[in-house]
Design a protein around this ligand. Structure first.
Ligand code: URA
Length: 236
């Protein structure tokens, strides 16, 4: 059982204070009956909540997809630099969300933010090998030999062994899609550098079943749909 105001604030549409006002004005119905108080407890899996006649999708956990812009840190807080959490409205920021897996400051694209620690653990576990696909642009064309080296598994200059990775060359080879099954620090940049090419642009396109919504401009975000939550293994 969860508090009504907590559940409605978790949708990112209203703050707890706004929920209080809505409840007071009789605009919130729980199973057809006007809500008695913002603290009223209910089971989000069993109860139906309408706000101004529209059904609110209630979840115990919050799942946000962001198109991370370059120049912002994938962290929850930083004393000096802007973080992805700073791009969210206060109602979402208050929910203890954190990014699932990091993108470098200059990287862009799909970032999942959630407060579902279990899901984050599962998606990041090296044992699960969740595929992540990235679009990259390099200063030098990558070649068929580079594709084979990625497929064998690259050994970085410091001896770090990378798992076999996919490299699909696009156009003249200055653009490519990279598929990783793990997430080492600066992995694509270091793999690419070991083949003599510097990465100038890096954008994550997908993570397991979750695909970046291309209608989101850099810095924009939206809640995951019910289908996306279920497919990625979150709690519906
Ligand atoms: N590999 C990198 O080098 N950077 C990222 O942000 C993600 C993968």
């Amino acid at each position: 059982m969860e508090r009504l105001d907590k559940l409605l604030a978790a949708t990112g549409r209203w703050s707890r204070r706004e929920v209080k006002g809505l409840v007071k004005a009789g605009r919130v119905l729980v199973d057809g009956i006007p809500a008695a108080a913002p603290e009223q407890k209910l089971d989000p899996a069993l109860s139906r909540v309408l706000v101004d006649g529209e059904e609110a999708v209630l979840r115990k956990y919050t799942y946000v997809m962001m198109n991370k812009p370059a120049g912002v840190l994938s962290a929850t807080e930083d004393t000096r630099q802007e973080t992805v959490l700073d791009l969210l409205p206060p109602e979402l920021r208050r929910q203890g969300l954190f990014p699932v897996g990091r993108l470098d400051k200059d990287s862009e694209g799909l970032l999942l933010l959630t407060n579902d620690g279990e899901l984050a653990h599962r998606l990041l576990s090296p044992k699960r090998h969740v595929d992540k696909v990235y679009y990259i642009r390099t200063d030098m064309p990558l070649t068929e030999e580079d594709r084979e080296a990625f497929a064998r598994g690259i050994i970085l200059a410091d001896g770090t062994v990378c798992l076999p990775a996919g490299l699909e060359l696009l156009g003249d080879g200055r653009e490519a899609l990279v598929t990783l099954h793990e997430g080492k620090f600066h992995q694509i940049k270091r793999m690419s550098a070991s083949r003599g090419a510097a990465v100038c642009r890096l954008k994550r396109l997908s993570m397991g079943t979750l695909v970046l919504d291309e209608t989101l401009s850099p810095g924009e975000f939206r809640l995951l749909t019910g289908e996306e939550v279920t497919k990625i293994g979150g709690k519906p």
